[in-house]
Design a protein around this ligand. Sequence first.
Ligand SMILES: [Mg+2]
Length: 276
Amino acid sequence: MDFYTQRQYRGRLKAAIFDWAGTTVDYGCRAPAGAFQELFREHGVEATIAQAREPMGMHKRDHIATMLAMPALSAQWEKAHGAPYTDEDVEALFQKFIPLQLAALPNFVDVIPGVVETVDALRKRGMKIGATTGYNEEMMAMCQKAAAKAGYVPDVTVAVTQVPAGRPAPWMAVKAAMELQVFPFEAIVKVGDTVTDVLEGLNAGMWTIGVTKTGNEVGLSEAEVAALPEVERRARIDSATAKLAQAGAHYVVEGVADILPLLDDIDARLSRGERP
Ligand SMILES: [Mg+2]
């Protein structure tokens, strides 16, 4: 045979899948970071805010395990408890984390400025809206309820407890696509504020956009970001941009409010036969 054919999707984007904390609600992704620090402190381990934020986006049990595996924190645990941590300790910490997180969450569910308007614009383009999160179903329900009051209602939302494994595995994004009934996956863009969000999208074969200023990597409230000296604000955003780009994000912007021009760009790339 002297030729072959190749199938290419050349249509437009059909759906966007957004992360919750740090992307569409909870500017700075502050709810989980504080809860992890409090949990570890109660068990004789002082974690820095950077250590508490490093694994963000994962299943919260995996997040706890990743923190405990950090040499500085393993050493503190062993000193406080007289023995290395075990899988049982991870599970026990996770069970204690759930009520801590649920108690803190109502203070950190404000919808991030620009999200409602951007989602409206996406729907006008004919796109469907999905959402995924490292929160469990109860935490997710709290986010959904508060977001709905502010006018943000995704068509579908998937919690980490509804799939076999959380990020970086693609299952939440895949389940959201299935429930939205959208394919092929190159017609979907995943938007999130952490490295694991980017990997979730890439592993699902989707386009990925990282967000910096509103998310975990900058890690500050809107007022705190605004109060930073310009040089420091720039430095924090640049560092977050580098991290998400190095993880493989196709695009990195400051927040969801900035994504519309990127969707035009992705549509153009798809029309040329490019894939994520
Ligand atoms: Mg997030």
